[in-house]
Design a protein around this ligand. Structure first.
Ligand SMILES: *Cc1c(COP(=O)(O)O)cnc(C)c1O
Length: 457
């Protein structure tokens, strides 16, 4: 489909093909990086400093004209692809009508429609309400505000390896010290961390129910169920290493929460919106959270976040107790409605499942060939592998960095994650075509073979 620039000039669509014309980063990216270094705070870093000129589908084109395969989607944000036509159209048409009034002053329909849509799509058919915010961290903060307000309790229970954001409260909820928490304290009080179900690193044969009992006993002994406002959990951990809990773990934690008058809050900011081959990762085991936080893929690249939950909890907060100047910005809301429409129309749930199957087909034989690939896990289009020293479960962040770097050099954007920095995660746009996915996985295979074969010598 040809696109038209602001000046009315027809431009060629971006080919869905990898194409390198300079070394990476190229000269124009390096020049921008020098300016960046003099202007941008060094605390904000980039894992792959090629500067982006434009993007479409699963291809990112840099300022030097290199076309890179995007297997990261800007951290699971552009699941509908870069420049998804419906999203572009919706954003343009909304921004021409009005871009801001503040929903807390004079409201508008797109905010209401996003809330209606989230209430309908989210797990469970009970009465629900939604409130909109700007970022994932802000949604998490508000979920905790709501849980504390309605329960009259203060404690928040989170898990090992959790990632919930970078604001003061969410730093406290996040597990990893470097780079997220180091010397940024003091942190918010009344946050308690318990063990996650982590099948690769748990004792052999530990079931989901047993892992849940381990966590629950710790909560009861160290915090006391009556003091807990909410249990907050990523149904599949994102930043912490794509840790998929053993089957039965989430349902057991949710059931205990319900029996204990504790709000069960699922953070689906990374897992939501078709990524795992369902609308939400909770759906796989029929888990129905009391509160659900979403962001990332919700608005196809525009900043928007939400808390969706049981009407009785959500409405338990006094008028004016929730909000913010930009929360539920109308342009972001228009983008969200168009993104969700795209997900339905293009069957991105089905697409995520096929991507997952294709990725596994490549990674399983690789694991058989390379004992340094300790674990392959994930669900749908959220797959990862854990790199360890062969014959052990000892993390190998150095080899991981080298594999990621080799992919970058070859024009494929992949991300690492994990508490030990030894997990390579794949989060392709769900609209990626087969040939491009195959090419991206070929590059990854080559990088793994090169680095791990080299390491064995
Ligand atoms: C990214 C993320 C957040 C934080 O979202 P921001 O928009 O970066 O504030 C919170 N929770 C999870 C699970 C995430 O993946």
């Amino acid at each position: 489909m040809p696109s038209t620039t602001l000046l009315g000039v027809q431009t060629d669509p971006i080919k869905q093909q990898r194409n390198l014309v300079t070394e990476l980063p190229g000269p124009k990216s390096r020049a921008l990086d020098r300016r960046r270094s003099a202007a941008v705070a060094h605390g904000v870093s980039s894992s792959f400093p090629v500067y982006v000129a434009e993007a479409s589908g699963a291809i990112v084109v840099d300022v030097d004209g290199n076309a890179l395969i995007d297997l990261g989607s800007g951290i699971a944000v552009v699941s509908v692809g870069h420049g998804a036509p419906r999203v572009v159209e919706a954003v343009q048409s909304q921004v021409e009508r009005f871009s801001h009034t503040c929903f807390m002053v004079t409201p508008y329909a797109p905010y209401v429609e996003v809330c209606e849509t989230l209430n309908e799509l989210s797990p469970g058919d009970h009465a629900k309400r939604t409130a909109l915010f700007n970022s994932g961290a802000e949604a998490v903060e508000n979920a905790v505000k709501i849980a504390r307000h309605v329960t009259g309790r203060q404690a928040v229970v989170v898990f090992d390896h959790a990632y919930h954001g970078r604001t003061n409260l969410t730093m406290a909820l996040t597990a990893k010290n470097m780079p997220y928490r180091d010397k940024f304290g003091p942190f918010a009080p009344e946050v308690y961390r318990v063990p996650m179900s982590y099948p690769y690193r748990d004792p052999d044969g530990m079931t989901g129910e047993q892992a849940a009992t381990r966590a629950i006993e710790q909560i009861e002994r160290q915090v006391g169920a009556d003091n807990v406002a909410c249990v907050l959990i990523e149904p599949i951990q994102g930043e912490g290493g794509f840790v998929v809990p053993a089957p039965g773990f989430l349902p057991a934690i949710a059931a205990w929460s319900r029996e204990s008058g504790v709000v069960f809050a699922a953070d689906e900011i990374q897992t939501g919106f078709c990524r795992t081959g369902d609308w939400f990762a909770c759906d796989a085991e029929g888990v129905v959270p009391d509160l659900l936080t979403t962001a990332k893929a919700l608005a196809g690249g525009m900043p928007l976040a939400a808390v969706t939950g049981r009407a009785d909890l959500m409405d338990g907060v006094h008028a004016g107790g929730l909000g913010g100047t930009y929360g539920g910005n109308p342009v972001a809301c228009a983008a969200a409605l168009a993104s969700i429409e795209t997900m339905k129309h293009e069957d991105l749930i089905g697409a995520a499942r096929s991507i997952g199957a294709a990725v596994e087909q490549v990674l399983r034989p690789l694991q058989a060939a390379h004992p340094a690939i300790g674990d392959i896990r994930g669900r749908g289009a959220m797959m990862a592998m854990e790199i360890v020293r062969p014959g052990t479960t000892e993390p190998d962040p150095v080899a991981t960095r080298r594999i990621v770097h080799a992919c970058h050099q070859a024009g494929v954007v992949v991300l690492s994650c994990g508490s030990y920095g030894n997990v390579i995660r794949l989060l392709p746009p769900l609209v990626i075509d087969d040939a491009l996915l195959v090419d991206g996985l070929d590059v990854l295979t080559g990088a793994i073979t090169e680095v791990l074969a080299g390491a064995a010598i």
